[in-house]
Ligand binder design. Structure first.
Ligand code: PBG
Length: 331
């Protein structure tokens, strides 16, 4: 059947009034689409601003709990926890990463006790714990050692599961870590602990504010993560990464960063039958915030448009530092 042409067809007819625009809309953002990343400080009653992320703070768990309780009541499903680790606890072997009484582990236990139904996603990577600021163990020449690192990541993931994490999320990009973590979880009876694999994580320039937030910028001393994070020029490689992680046992895959990578989300979504999450990263947050604070953009409208675009690309959920605002706007 050939499509009738103008004037029988007028695309504007279905845009003429609000009611019809509402009826033909293809994608809608809801509170079920957002995950809130939080930066945790040790101790009590501690809060610090993050200068490169206006509006976001590092908080000790006692201060974050009331915020999470409120958001959970309004519909927040899950948070992603990132620790701010004191430099005295960093080491070459990143032993603190799997300390069963470490900051992340204790935080998970407290939040699970107070808000049991709030999903907890824990970051599995060594960068908060290494003196080098790299996501893995390095040799004397500074090379990140893959096979040594995944042993430590498996211990870290297990310690998170033991503390009550619902989803462990390896963000390190080592090869073979999904299989190693899956085997470790299964053999310790954590059969329901989900693995959210940062399968297509790019060596992006948009992580700067996050590295400030977790104090890893200084440790990195200008070094890059190019030998393990993906080249941002590539998409076929992303499909390869996802395929391997699915075979190794990932339950959900992540594409990171977000908005510049919607093509990657869409291709993965079309090819694989697996949920895809997107990470709207710190640099993306800070860009919108800076423009909004200067009066150049309408923050609420731009953020809700951004979230809708993630949905349009096929993302099932989005990690975003705007989650609190979004839930307060639409929850
Ligand atoms: C590292 C990690 C990074 C982010 C989350 N986990 C940064 C990096 O790879 O250096 C970035 C998130 C953001 O920018 O919001 N494991």
């Amino acid at each position: 059947m050939s499509k009738s042409l103008f004037p029988e067809t007028r695309m504007r007819r279905n845009r003429s009034d609000k009611f019809i625009r509402n009826l033909v809309r293809e994608n809608v953002v809801s509170v079920d689409d957002v995950i809130y990343p939080v930066f945790i400080l040790p101790g009590k009653n501690n809060s610090e601003d993050i200068s490169s992320m206006p509006g976001i703070q590092r908080l000790s768990v006692d201060l974050i709990l009331p915020i999470l309780e409120d958001l959970h009541k309004k519909g927040l499903n899950a948070i992603a926890i990132f620790p701010v680790v004191d430099s005295s606890e960093k080491s070459e072997g990143a032993e603190e990463a799997y300390n069963s009484n470490g900051l992340v582990q204790e935080t998970i236990k407290i939040i699970k006790k107070e808000i049991p139904e709030l999903g907890i996603i824990s970051d599995v990577a060594l960068d908060p714990y290494t003196t080098s600021g790299q996501d893995g163990i390095i040799d004397k020449n500074g090379n990140v050692l893959n096979d040594e690192t995944i042993q430590v990541l498996a211990k870290q993931a297990l310690s998170h599961a033991e503390s009550g994490a619902d989803i462990v999320a390896p963000s390190d990009m080592m090869d073979g870590r999904i299989l190693k973590i899956r085997e470790t979880l299964e053999s310790n009876d954590f059969t329901n602990t989900k693995i959210l694999s940062y399968a297509a994580k790019y060596a992006s320039n948009l992580y700067g504010p996050f590295r400030d937030a977790v104090n890893s910028t200084n440790s990195l001393k200008g070094a890059s993560k190019d030998t393990y994070q993906m080249d941002f020029a590539n998409t076929e490689e992303a499909r390869n990464e996802v395929e391997l992680d699915v075979e190794e046992g990932a339950d959900i895959v992540m594409v990171k960063p977000g908005l510049h990578y919607l093509d990657v989300i869409s291709k993965i979504k079309n090819k694989f039958n697996i949920p895809v999450f997107a990470y709207h990263v710190s640099g993306e947050y800070s860009m919108i915030k800076a423009a909004a604070n200067s009066g150049y953009l309408d923050e609420k409208k731009v953020v809700l448009e951004t979230m809708t675009c993630f949905k349009r690309s096929g993302a099932n959920a989005v990690l975003t530092y705007f989650a609190k605002d979004i839930i307060n706007w639409i929850g």
